[in-house]
Design a protein around this ligand. Structure first.
Ligand SMILES: [Cu+2]
Length: 97
């Protein structure tokens, strides 16, 4: 089994989006253990918010609802546990115009 590699995300890396995102969603190459995975959003001012992961997603997806975001640069930080026991992490910078 391989550890988790990020396939695609909403928002995409370096995307410039409108303020109504609604959901963040990350899809991996393998199933991940959502109960041991984390998403957090770093706001333009540097404050940090842990996001509550949605249940009922496919096993290779982690997702969370987000409220409307004011303009600025954000960083979505992720950490997931794959079925091989390995944790991988990364971040997805994006901007709200
Ligand atoms: Cu691995």
């Amino acid at each position: 089994m391989a550890h988790a590699v990020l396939f695609e995300s909403t928002p995409a890396r370096n995307a410039i989006i409108g303020g109504h995102l609604g959901i963040v969603k990350l899809r991996f190459n393998v199933r991940v253990d959502a109960s041991r995975s984390r998403l957090a959003l770093v706001f333009p001012g540097g404050s940090f918010e842990a996001l509550k992961l949605r249940s009922q997603e496919p096993a290779d997806v982690v997702a969370a609802d987000v409220s409307d975001l004011p303009p600025g640069h954000y960083d979505l930080k992720w950490q997931v546990l794959a079925s091989d026991g390995h944790i991988t992490q990364g971040d997805i910078p994006f901007a709200v115009k």
